[in-house]
Design a binder for this molecule. Sequence first.
Ligand code: PMP
Length: 410
Amino acid sequence: MPGPHGFDIDSVRQQFPILDVEINGHPLVYLDSAATSQKPQVVIDAISNYYARSNSNVHRGVHTLSQQATDIYEETREKTRALINASDSREIIYVRGTTEAINLVASTYGRQNVGEGDDVIVTAMEHHSNIVPWQILCEEKGANLKVVPMDENGDLIMEEFDRLLSDRTKIVATVHLSNALGTINPVKEMFKKARTVGAATLLDGAQSAPHMAIDVKDIDCDFLAFSGHKLYGPTGIGILYGKYDLLSQMPPYQGGGEMIASVTFEKTIYAELPAKFEAGTPHIAGTAGLGAAIDFVNEIGLDNVAAHERTLLDYSIERIGSINGVKLIGNPKHRSGVISFVVDGVHPHDVGTVLDSQGIAIRAGHHCAQPVMAHFGIPATVRASFGMYNTTNEIDRLYEGVQQVFEVFG
Ligand code: PMP
């Protein structure tokens, strides 16, 4: 049935072949899109067509297949540029995913610009991938990692952010949308303040990219990291966006083929952007899939997706939150995509196992955000996360599944 703005959930679902799979004798209810999204047929086809018809290495050959592979590779770079409204496709660097993008920035820009006694600021709700690379950098440089705390609802305490900012702050790196709580952070405001002290800014868009349009000009971040596999694309391909001037000044991350202009044993001249950061044979098939995923998402419309997911989120908060013995974790002011909860007296892993027996896929654990768990004084949560293909009926299945948990564990 077409919903608001022409969003037709039935036709969306038909495009994801995995949704027809049965798990443990039940139709699959996939509520783990924050870990990775499912893939539409067009993405699967783009990858297999690439291998079947265009497989070759990029930028290296004069032959036709190499040209085709290069075209696919560069077309996706341009589609990505347009998706995030960057000025120049040379600001789009292919990486494996969000994790590699953040490590790249920490190891290059970070090493170049952070010194002894300087500060790097992150928030209390970061994924480990936006904590550990900065910790490694700070340890190496004798710098300090400062953390913006959050309140009991899972909202950042902005006065504390103001207090932490100083002329020692060299980098502010924050998650846009928390994978553990669903909080949407006021990143535009944070980055504006960061700029007043001359700090560089990095946005972890791993979770936000599939749920909302990201405009790097409007947010005015220096760096943006996200992963193809959460945006209905393949695993192993992700994006680092960086402002041209910053990327130009940064040293390379890895050395090897493709990232050079010329090599002698005495001296290597590095290639221009973006090749300088793309050493070695890249994940060409991944870019074929990512390009198809971006086309697919554009066709459905991220605004339509956001409106649909808002309905799912509101319904799930009401439905799951109403169950006696279930406690929702976090109640952020602005949120999307995710609910986290605990069930009285039952470990989240056991909840996950009972739900799985009914074909319901959720995440149970610390979600690579152990400091968030520590903040709420719990070891783990059950997390249900939504994609464009989920329905309110599936949330009813989750509701019934949780009732089953009480029956099993008395
Ligand atoms: N940041 C956030 C907020 C995430 O949710 C994730 C993935 N769970 C990552 C970073 C890391 O992404 P990847 O594993 O694709 O590198």
